[in-house]
Design a protein around this ligand. Structure first.
Ligand code: GLN
Length: 187
């Protein structure tokens, strides 16, 4: 298995470190030629979704990645990566727009919006969750299913082989969410 990690901006290195701990091969996607490598799954990291969306287009990465996702490439979006996958972005434009969720960016405020929680994640028990200027999932459509909530707000969801979290699982010691994703890839 080889996991491509979008490495244009944001918290991509931390995802690589978690995959190293789990013994999963990975590589960084920085430019079009990186997509020549065989890829079994894709991680879209946290960062700034508007910047990543712009860079994806400028670097000619948007179309090939959108096509691979459409064809069923397993994808894991954290925080900004979640926003990139959402079909509807409140007050903004969708990027890949392939996942049946509606999101609100910076839902906890821009400056003081970082916090930590430990909540149930479907099938995994309590999981540590670090939120940094995080979005929330306002609603999940019929194709998608909520996997975790914090204070009544949905913070993780899955649709087929697409997984999203509003929090940053790569910033905690716990590797269970990444293991969950790798399990989806192996199936
Ligand atoms: N606030 C960022 C955005 O809207 C997401 C923050 C993050 O990825 N930690 O893109």
């Amino acid at each position: 298995m080889n996991v491509g990690i979008l490495a244009l901006q944001g918290a991509f290195a931390e995802h690589g470190a978690v995959l190293d701990r789990l013994g999963a091969a990975h590589f960084e996607i920085r430019q079009r030629r990186d997509l020549k490598r065989p890829m079994d799954a894709l991680i879209l990291p946290g960062g700034e979704s508007t910047v990543m969306g712009k860079l994806l287009r400028e670097l000619d990465l948007f179309d090939p990645l959108a096509e691979q996702i459409r064809k069923g490439l397993p994808v894991f979006g954290t925080c900004a990566g979640l926003i990139l996958l959402a079909r509807e972005v409140e007050g903004g434009d969708p990027c890949f727009g392939c996942m049946d969720i509606s999101v609100r960016r910076n839902a906890y405020g821009r400056q003081l919006g970082s916090f930590y929680a430990r909540e149930d994640f479907s099938g995994l028990g309590k999981v540590p969750m670090t939120f940094i200027r995080a979005p929330t999932i306002k609603s999940v459509g019929p194709g998608a299913r909520a996997l975790a909530s914090v204070d009544g707000q949905i913070v993780a969801a899955r649709q087929g082989r697409m997984l999203v979290t509003a929090f940053h699982p790569e910033l905690n010691e716990d590797t269970s969410v990444h293991e969950y994703f790798l399990g989806m890839v192996r199936k």
